[in-house]
Design a binder for this molecule. Structure first.
Ligand code: H53
Length: 802
C-alpha cells in the first residue's frame, strides 16, 4: 500500500478524533496505541474487501483451518511490516513525538495457544495469506489465553492473562452471524415416509458469536481472517425466572454458557478429559461448520460440490468432532442420506497428527460424550459400526486389531481413529514422525490405505522470526545476496559463498553481539542478573515436558559445576544457559524441574569460583514476543528430546535461521536440519529412535548407565547442596521397581550429551569456525519456511492450485 507521511498523519488524526475525541497530539499513550491499531485494521479491512470480491468471482477452492489453538503473539508490527508501511508510520508518529517502539511494547500477546501446535497454526495463516490463498482459521476467543507465569521462590505461579483489555482492538464482533449450538438433551426418533427422523430435544442452547481478526501476508493482495467463537447465553436474562425472583438461577444459566469460552486449557501435548473441554471443542466445530455450509449453500445453492470448493483441515485431534458434526449437519439439516453425506465428509476433511505421545491422543469416556453430545454420539456409533464391518472383511477374525483401530472401544471414543476413518489425507509433521506413524501407531490403517498418508515437515513464518525480530541480520543478508530471500527463503543458500569470508563472519559476530546485549539488558531488567554477552548463549526455550529433557540440560550444568569446583582453572568456555518454559498447571514433575533449574541457578551464582564461568537464567513468562528477543541472541539451540518423541519442533527452525547451531538428538525435524547442514554444522548426540526402541525391547535399567560423574551429579539432587532435596526427580530417574524409571532415558543419553557439550565449548573458541557453522545454518534454513509447507499442503493434501 502506498501512503505518504501526511496521509498517514491524517488517518491517525481522524481516527483518534472519531474514537477518542482528540487529535493524535493530545492522545495518551494508550489512546495513541489503540488509534494506530484501528488505522491499521481499517487498511486491512479495505484490502480484505477487495480480495474477497476478486475471490468470489474466481470461485476457487479454499481452506478452513480448524484449530483449538492459534498462538498469534503480537500483530501490530507484523501487520505494518507485511503491508510495507512500517517506516512511513514510524516517521509520521515520530513527527508527533511518538516512538513506534513504545506503542509496539504496549500490545499484549494474543496467547490463544500453548506451544508449538498453536504457533504453527499462526505461522500457516501468515503463509497462506502471503501465498495469496483464501484460507480461514477457526478457533475460540478465549477470554483468558495462556496463563502468565511468575516464578516465586523457584515455583511456577500462574496468573490470568487478560489479553482482551488491550488486544481486542484487532477483533470485529459479528453478532448477526451467530449460531446456536446444542448441548445435552434427549433424542426422539420417528419414522416418516420410510425415513428415520431424529429430533434433538430438551438441549441447552448456547450461542456462538464470531469475532474476526484480519491476518496479513507479506507483499500480497490477500488478507485472510481468523474467526474466533465466543460462547454466549442465547437468552440475555431469563425474565420469567427473573420476575419470579430467581435471578441467581437465571444468571447462573448465562454464566454456564459463557464459561465455555472463558479460558484456554493450559496443557500441551497432553489431554485433559474435562467436560468443559469437549464443550469448547464442539462449540468450535459446530459453529464453524454451520457457518461454512451456510456460506457455501448461499453461493452454490448445493452442498454436492463441497469437496471441490472447500478443504476443512483438522489440526490435531482437538477439532476431530468435525467428522460426526459434518455428517450430522448434512443428514439432519440438509436431508442427505448416509452414503452421500459420508462421501462428502470423507472427501472434504483432512487431518494432521502432531504427536505420538499416548497421553496426548485424545479419548473421551463414552458416558461423558453421550451425555453432552447425544446426537453426535449416535453418529459416531454408526461410523464405528460401518467401519468395523469393513475391517472384518479386511482383517477377518483379528479382533485385537479391529478393536485397536475402532473409534469406539473399551468405553471410550478415540478421536484419532475417528480422523483416520474419515479423512482422505493424514499427515505427520516431519519425516521421522510420519515414518513412525505409518510404521507404528497408524500401521494398520496405512496397510489398508497407504495413499492416504503423507508427510509435511513443519515450517515457520520466517519473515517474523528473521526479518522482523532480527532486522540487523536481515539487512546484512540483503546487502550480501539481495532481497530475494524475503519472498523465497531458499535464496538464503546464496550466503554459502561467504563461508570463510572474514569480513562477513565478523559482521555476523557483531550482529550476534548486539542481539546478545539486547537479551542481556532484558535479563538484567527481568531477573536482576547480569550476564556476560561474550559468553556462549546456550538456550532451551520450549514448553516444560519430561520428554523434552530440560532435566538432561540441568544435570549437565551440575556436572560442569563440579568440574570447575574440582579445578577452578579448568578449561571451560564461559557459558550462559538460558531457559524459558511454561509447565502445565497440574504437571507436578514439570514444576519440580523448574524449581530445580532455579536452585541450580542460585547454586552457581552463589559460588565465586563458578559464577564467572557459568550462569543459569530462567526467564519467566515464555511467549511469542519473548521468543522474538531470545532467539536472535542464541548461539546454541538445545533440541535434546529423547529420539522418537518430538514430532517435529519448530523452535529449532527459528533458532537455526538466526544462526544458532543445534545441539540435538536425531529427533523430529532435527533429522532434516542435520540433512540440510551436514554433520559438521550440528552437534549431534544420543540414541537414535530405533536405538531407543531396541533398548526398551531389551529392558532398560538406568542404573547400568550411571557413570561416576553422573553419580556425583545425581547425589547432588538429594544431598541438600541445592537447598531443597529433589527426591521426586531423583526417584523418577532411578527407582526401577516396575521398569518405569527414567521414562525418557535421560541417564542413558547423559554421557553422550556431556561429550557433545564439551565439543561445543571447544569449538566455540575458534570463533571464525563457529561463525561459519552459524552461517551454514542460516543459509540452509530456507526449506523450513512455512511458505514451503503450506504449498505442500495445498498440492498434496487440500488439492488447491496456487
Ligand atoms: O506440535 C508441534 C510440533 C511439536 C509437538 C507440538 C504439539 C503441541 O504443541 C500440542 C499438542 C500436540 O499434539 C503436539 O509437540 O513437536 O512441532 C507442531 O507440529
Amino acid at each position: 500500500m502506498n501512503y505518504k507521511k501526511d496521509e498517514v498523519t491524517n488517518l491517525l488524526n481522524t481516527k483518534c478524533m472519531n474514537v477518542f475525541g482528540c487529535s493524535i497530539d493530545d492522545a495518551t499513550e494508550k489512546q495513541a496505541y489503540k488509534t494506530l491499531c484501528y488505522v491499521v485494521k481499517d487498511l486491512l479491512a479495505e484490502k480484505r474487501s477487495k480480495f474477497a470480491k476478486q475471490y468470489k468471482e474466481k470461485e476457487g477452492k479454499q481452506v478452513y483451518y480448524m484449530s483449538m489453538e492459534f498462538l498469534v503473539g503480537t500483530s501490530l508490527r507484523n501487520n505494518l511490516y507485511n503491508l510495507g508501511m512500517e517506516s512511513v508510520f514510524k516517521s509520521a508518529l515520530k513527527q508527533k513525538k511518538i516512538d513506534i517502539n513504545s506503542l509496539y511494547a504496549m500490545e499484549p500477546d494474543a496467547g490463544l495457544g500453548n506451544g508449538g501446535l498453536g504457533r504453527l497454526a499462526s505461522c500457516y495463516m501468515d503463509a497462506m495469506t502471503s501465498l495469496g490463498m483464501m484460507g480461514t482459521g477457526f478457533s475460540i476467543r478465549y477470554e483468558f489465553g495462556i496463563f502468565k507465569q511468575k516464578i516465586v521462590d523457584g515455583w511456577q505461579m500462574e496468573f490470568p492473562d487478560n489479553w482482551l483489555e488491550m488486544g481486542d482492538v484487532w477483533l470485529n464482533r459479528r453478532e448477526d452471524e451467530s449460531f446456536i449450538i446444542k448441548f445435552g438433551g434427549t433424542l426422539k426418533e420417528e419414522w416418516t415416509d420410510g425415513k428415520l427422523k431424529v429430533t434433538h430435544e430438551n438441549y441447552q442452547p448456547v450461542m456462538a458469536v464470531p469475532y474476526d481478526m484480519y491476518i496479513s501476508g507479506y507483499d500480497t493482495d490477500a488478507v485472510n481472517k481468523l474467526v474466533l467463537w465466543s460462547a454466549k447465553s442465547p437468552n440475555n436474562l431469563d425474565m420469567t425466572a427473573f420476575s419470579r425472583g430467581e435471578y441467581v438461577r437465571s444468571l447462573e444459566e448465562n454464566t454456564m454458557a459463557e464459561v465455555i469460552s472463558k479460558i484456554l486449557y493450559p496443557a500441551d501435548d497432553h489431554i485433559e478429559g474435562k467436560r468443559l473441554r469437549i464443550k469448547q471443542q464442539y462449540l468450535l466445530v459446530s459453529a464453524s461448520l454451520q457457518s461454512i455450509l451456510l456460506k457455501h449453500i448461499k453461493k452454490y445453492k448445493t452442498l454436492d460440490n463441497l469437496p471441490d470448493k472447500v478443504a476443512i483441515h483438522i489440526n490435531d485431534t482437538h477439532p476431530a468432532l468435525c467428522v460426526p458434526e459434518l455428517t450430522r449437519i448434512l443428514i439432519d439439516e440438509y436431508g442427505y442420506d448416509w452414503d452421500k453425506a459420508w462421501d462428502i465428509v470423507t472427501r472434504t476433511l483432512t487431518y494432521t497428527n502432531h504427536t505420538v505421545m499416548s497421553e496426548a491422543l485424545e479419548r473421551w469416556p463414552e458416558s461423558l460424550f453421550s451425555a453432552e453430545l447425544p446426537r453426535i454420539y449416535q453418529i459416531v456409533l454408526e461410523i464405528n459400526r460401518r467401519l468395523v464391518q469393513k475391517l472384518n472383511e479386511v482383517y477377518p477374525g483379528d479382533i485385537a486389531k479391529i478393536e485397536y483401530m475402532s473409534p469406539v472401544a473399551h468405553g471410550e471414543v478415540r478421536m484419532a481413529n475417528l480422523c483416520l476413518a474419515a479423512c482422505h489425507k493424514v499427515n505427520g509433521v516431519s519425516k521421522l514422525h510420519s515414518d513412525i506413524l505409518i510404521n507404528s501407531i497408524f500401521k494398520d490403517y496405512y496397510n489398508i490405505e497407504p495413499d492416504k498418508f503423507t508427510n509435511v515437515t513443519n515450517g515457520i513464518a520466517y519473515r517474523r522470526w528473521l526479518c522482523q525480530s532480527n532486522p540487523e541480520l536481515a539487512s546484512l543478508i540483503k546487502n550480501l545476496i539481495g532481497d530475494k530471500f524475503v519472498h523465497d527463503a531458499t535464496a538464503l543458500e546464496g550466503l554459502l559463498k561467504y563461508k570463510g569470508d572474514k569480513n562477513v563472519l565478523e559482521s555476523l559476530q557483531k550482529i550476534k553481539l548486539v542481539k546478545k546485549q539486547a537479551l542481556a539488558k532484558y535479563i538484567s531488567h527481568a531477573n536482576g542478573i547480569n550476564v556476560d554477552p561474550s559468553s556462549i548463549f546456550d538456550v532451551q526455550i520450549k514448553r516444560l515436558h519430561e520428554y523434552k529433557r530440560q532435566l538432561l540440560n540441568v544435570l549437565q550444568i551440575l556436572h560442569m559445576y563440579n568440574v570447575i569446583k574440582d579445578n577452578p582453572n579448568a578449561d571451560i568456555t564461559p557459558r550462559t544457559f538460558v531457559f524459558a518454559a511454561k509447565a502445565s498447571a497440574g504437571y507436578m514433575m514439570a514444576k519440580q524441574i523448574i524449581r530445580l533449574i532455579s536452585a541450580v541457578a542460585d547454586l552457581v551464582d552463589s559460588d565465586a569460583a563458578v559464577r564467572d564461568k557459568i550462569k543459569v537464567v530462567f526467564i519467566e513468562d515464555y511467549k511469542v514476543s519473548l521468543a522474538e528477543i531470545i532467539i536472535p541472541a542464541a548461539e546454541i539451540s538445545e533440541q535434546i528430546s529423547i529420539a522418537g518423541k518430538e514430532a517435529s519442533g519448530t523452535g529449532n527452525m527459528k533458532l537455526m535461521i538466526n544462526g544458532a547451531v543445534t545441539l540435538g538428538t536425531l529427533d523430529g525435524a532435527n533429522v532434516e536440519i542435520c540433512e540440510q547442514v551436514g554433520k559438521d554444522n550440528i552437534f549431534l548426540f544420543g540414541m537414535t529412535a530405533p536405538e531407543v526402541e531396541e533398548l526398551w525391547r531389551k529392558g532398560y535399567n538406568p542404573n547400568f548407565f550411571v557413570t561416576p560423574e553422573l553419580k556425583r551429579v545425581l547425589d547432588m539432587l538429594t544431598s541438600g547442596i541445592l537447598g531443597t532435596r529433589f527426591e521426586d526427580i531423583s526417584k523418577s530417574l532411578l527407582t526401577n521397581s516396575f521398569g518405569t524409571a527414567d521414562a525418557y532415558m535421560t541417564i542413558a543419553d547423559f554421557e553422550s550429551y556431556r561429550q557433545a557439550q564439551e565439543r561445543v565449548g571447544k569449538e566455540y573458541l575458534n570463533r571464525d569456525k563457529f561463525t561459519d557453522m552459524s552461517l551454514v545454518n542460516i543459509a540452509k534454513a530456507g526449506i523450513f519456511s512455512a511458505d514451503r509447507a503450506v504449498k505442500e499442503y495445498a498440492d498434496n493434501i487440500w488439492n488447491i492450485k496456487l
